[in-house]
Design a protein. Structure first.
Length: 259
């Protein structure tokens, strides 16, 4: 894999796995240095060298951690990867022009939840690519404490964003996209009721009552089997109009068991 050329556009991928890419494709990263680039890329601005050293080498002394940081920077420089970083005496930051997929999708997710004009104005351009991005875990398989914290924060944000996106698509009558976004949230967290509610609403918006019932029954069974719980009244209310409440038998009303 090539090293990045001076001035070539660089992109760091954190969702679905770490990757540094330049104009000619993936860039080889020295062993152990991915963590350094990933840590800096997670931040929207400069980060103190002391913070990087403390979090990347938490069990080491301060002197040893800073020595390890200098070694990691030297390896990146030797591999030609330092164009991705601005290295100052006290801070590290991504170089100007380095794109990060997390920053782009995090801005989209927050815009969806805030209902900003910018996102509403770009609504027609949002499609399967954004759904796919919001479906990806942050740095999957990384066990560093800082990575796990960031991954959980991203998981919560993207789940809420996928649910909001499903509602947006349904309102715009883009029903296939609505089902896809809600389905991505369900796959990410199968026991999350709000994700199943978004999926049921998408089916109902399209007029697919049988699909809505099927989605409800599937979730109800999973919830009962996994946790011994029942759906909340709010979820029951979504499908209440799809089931018979009573049946007249011999002039009297008899409750019908719904399965």
């Amino acid at each position: 894999m090539p090293s990045p050329a001076e001035g070539a556009p660089l992109r760091i991928t954190l969702l679905g796995g770490f990757r540094l890419a330049g104009a000619e494709g993936s860039v080889r990263i020295p062993a152990g240095s991915e963590r350094l680039l990933a840590y800096v890329a997670l931040r929207p601005g400069p980060v103190a060298r002391s913070d990087v050293a403390e979090n990347l080498w938490p069990g080491a002394s301060e002197a040893r951690a800073h020595a390890s940081l200098r070694s990691a920077l030297t390896r990146l420089r030797g591999a030609g990867c330092c164009p991705a970083l601005d290295t100052g005496p006290a801070e590290l930051a991504l170089a100007d022009g380095v794109a990060v997929d997390l920053h782009e999708l995090r801005a989209l997710a927050r815009g969806l939840l805030d209902g900003t004009d910018a996102v509403r104005g770009a609504a027609e351009a949002i499609g399967t690519g954004e759904i796919d991005g919001l479906s990806r875990d942050l740095l999957p398989g990384w066990c560093d404490e800082w990575a796990l914290r960031e991954a959980e924060e991203w998981r919560q944000l993207r789940l809420h964003a996928l649910e909001a996106l499903a509602g947006h698509f349904a309102g715009a009558r883009r029903y296939g996209h609505a089902v896809s976004a809600a389905g991505a949230a369900v796959r990410a967290e199968p026991l999350r009721e709000s994700a199943h509610a978004a999926l049921i609403r998408a089916h109902l918006a399209e007029g697919n009552q049988s699909e809505a019932l099927r989605a409800f029954r599937s979730y109800r069974t999973l919830l009962r089997n996994e946790l011994g719980l029942s759906p909340t009244p709010g979820l029951l209310g979504l499908v209440a109009g799809l089931r018979p409440d009573a049946s007249r038998v011999d002039g009297h009303h008899a409750a019908v068991t719904w399965r």
